[in-house]
Design a protein around this ligand. Structure first.
Ligand SMILES: [Zn+2]
Length: 471
C-alpha cells in the first residue's frame, strides 16, 4: 500500500512461488492533480520500476473512473510506459464494445457536465450560501476532473470532463499489451504464474443496473429511468439558477397560483417581523434548493463507486483470499450473492461464502467510508482468524479535515475492523495507529500471523506479506 499523500489508492501485489513471480498493480491515483500529487505519484511509479528490476508489470488494474484511483496513469504515464505493462484489466463498464456500458457512460457524462455548469453558475453569484454549495459540489466533482479544467467546457469531446479519469483509462489501453474487460462470474488464472497457483474471481461491478446505481436499490426501478430523473433534475436546477441570476424568466412563472399583486417584498413588515426573525432562521427556505445539487452530485458519486471492479485473489494451495473491492458501495456488494460462476472454473460447492470466509487480507473499500463495506458480511462472513485490513486513507486530506468534511475512516467501521482483525489494521497515512502497532500495543495480535508489516516511510509504502501455504 503506497502513501499517495492525500486521498487515493495504489496497491502493488507480488505473488511468488519458487522462481515464478507475478506483479499486479491495483490503481494508482490521488485526488488533487497538484504538482505535489504528480511528484508523489511519479516517485511511486519510479520505485515500482526499480523494484521490478527490469521486468514489466504483469497486470495493471484500473478499478473505476475516479481521479483518486487513476490519476497516476496520467501523471506517471511515461514511467509506466518505460516499465512496460503486459496485461491491463478493466471492468466491462470501460469496454467500448459493450452497448450497455456505452449508454451508461453517455448518461453519466451529461449529468457531470450539468453539475459542472451548476458549480460555475453558483460560484458567480455573490452569495455566501451559493459559494458554499458550489464548493461542496466541486469537492465531489474533484473525483472526476482536474480542478483547473478549462472553462467553458471545451467543445472537443476528448477534452471534456471527466478529464483525468477518462485519460487514465485511455492511457491504460495504450500501456497494456493485452486489454481485458472483466465481468462478474469470470475466473482467471493469474498471468505469469503456472496454472492453478493463483485464481482471480471477478465479483463486481454488477450487470444488474439497479444494483449498480443505488445504495438502496429498488427492484421495480430501472437504471434508465433513474438516470433520466437525475438528468431532468440537473436541467431543472440549471434553469432555476438562470432565474436567480436574472438571465431569463421561466415561462412556468406565468402559471403561479397567485397574481403578482399579492407578492410581498422581503423587506415588508410581515417578513421583517416573522420570517426574518433570528429565532425563525431554521424555518427559512431560501437556500433549500441549493442542497439538491449536492444530492445530485452524491448520487453520481455513488454510481461511480459502485462501478468498481472487485477482485478476489485465491492462493489455491491454502485457499487464502485477498479481497480488493475498489470503492464498491452497498449495491455492488449486494450483487455478489447472485453471481453465476463459470462452473468449469470453480470447485464443486464453491460459493461466495468460501471467498469471504477465507479472506485474510481485505483492502477496505472507499477509504473506509461507512457504506462501502457491507456490515453483515464483515460481521458474519469475513471471519478468518488471520484477517488483516488495509485502509487507503490519509487523514490529513483537506476534504477530511475541513468543517463537515468527509468521514473517512468512519469511526464505527474502523473500530469494527480492529475488532475483527484483532487490531491488525494498517492505514495509509502513518502505517498504523498506536493500538495496531506490530512492535507495540498489537504485538501479540500480529504474532498470530506469519509475517509482520513493514513500514518504509522513505519509499512511501506499508508492506504486508501473506504466507501462501496453509497456516
Ligand atoms: Zn477512492
Amino acid at each position: 500500500m503506497f502513501q499517495v499523500g492525500e486521498l487515493g489508492d495504489c496497491f502493488l501485489l507480488k505473488f511468488k512461488k519458487d522462481d515464478n513471480e507475478s506483479s499486479v498493480l491495483i490503481d494508482c491515483g490521488s485526488f488533487r492533480n497538484s504538482d505535489k500529487s504528480e511528484h508523489r505519484l511519479q516517485a511511486i511509479a519510479g520505485f515500482i520500476q526499480e523494484d521490478l528490476k527490469g521486468k514489466s508489470l504483469d497486470v495493471v488494474v484500473g478499478t473505476h473512473q475516479h481521479n483518486d484511483h487513476l490519476s497516476g496513469y496520467v501523471h506517471a504515464f511515461d514511467i509506466f510506459r518505460q516499465t512496460g505493462v503486459d496485461n491491463v484489466w478493466l471492468s466491462w463498464l470501460d469496454d467500448p464494445k459493450d452497448e450497455q456500458a456505452g449508454k451508461i457512460a453517455a448518461g453519466q457524462r451529461k449529468v457531470t457536465e450539468n453539475l459542472q455548469k451548476i458549480v460555475t453558475g453558483l460560484a458567480k453569484n455573490n452569495n455566501e450560501s451559493h459559494l458554499l454549495a458550489s464548493e461542496r459540489i466541486s469537492d465531489i466533482l474533484g473525483f472526476y476532473m482536474a480542478p483547473d479544467v478549462e472553462e467553458p467546457i471545451p467543445e472537443k469531446k476528448e477534452k471534456r470532463p471527466p478529464v483525468v479519469p477518462q485519460m487514465g483509462v485511455d492511457n491504460l489501453r495504450k500501456l497494456g499489451k493485452t486489454i481485458t474487460y472483466l465481468s462478474p462470474g469470470s475466473v482467471v488464472d493469474l498471468p505469469a504464474l503456472p496454472q492453478n497457483l493463483v485464481k482471480v474471481y471477478v465479483l463486481g461491478p454488477p450487470r444488474n443496473s439497479n444494483l449498480l446505481f443505488d445504495i438502496n436499490p429498488n427492484k421495480d426501478e430501472t437504471y434508465d429511468s433513474k438516470l433520466a430523473a437525475v438528468s431532468n433534475l440537473a436541467e431543472g436546477y440549471l434553469s432555476a439558477m438562470k432565474n436567480f441570476t436574472g438571465e431569463s424568466v421561466d415561462s412556468d412563472e406565468g402559471n403561479f397560483p397567485f397574481d403578482k399583486k399579492y407578492d410581498k417584498k422581503l423587506t415588508s413588515k410581515l417578513f421583517s417581523k416573522e420570517y426574518q426573525a433570528k429565532t425563525n432562521a431554521w424555518r427559512t427556505i431560501d437556500d433549500e434548493w441549493l442542497d439538491q445539487a449536492e444530492r445530485l452530485s452524491l448520487y453520481l458519486d455513488t454510481y461511480t463507486n459502485n462501478s468498481s471492479l472487485v477482485l478476489a485473489f485465491e492462493l489455491v494451495e491454502s485457499g487464502k483470499v485477498l479481497l480488493f473491492v475498489g470503492d464498491a458501495q452497498t449495491g455492488n456488494w449486494l450483487s455478489w450473492e447472485d453471481i453465476k460462476w463459470d462452473e468449469k472454473k470453480v470447485k464443486a460447492g464453491f460459493s461466495l461464502d468460501y471467498l469471504l470466509n477465507n479472506t485474510v487480507l481485505y483492502k477496505v473499500g472507499h477509504h473506509c467510508s461507512h457504506n462501502a463495506t457491507l456490515k453483515e458480511y464483515l460481521d458474519d462472513k469475513i471471519t478468518h482468524p488471520h484477517l488483516v485490513a488495509m485502509i487507503p486513507v490519509d487523514r490529513t486530506d483537506p476534504n477530511i479535515t475541513k468543517d463537515k468534511g468527509w468521514k473517512m475512516p468512519a469511526v464505527n467501521l474502523y473500530n469494527k475492523l480492529k475488532e475483527k482483525a484483532e487490531n491488525r489494521v494498517l492505514v495509509m497515512d502513518i502505517g498504523y495507529d498506536a493500538d495496531c502497532d506490530p512492535d507495540g500495543e498489537a504485538k501479540e495480535s500480529w504474532a498470530k500471523v506469519p509475517f509482520k508489516p513493514v513500514y518504509n516511510q522513505q519509499k512511501f509504502y506499508i508492506e504486508y506479506e501473506v504466507h501462501g501455504a496453509p497456516n
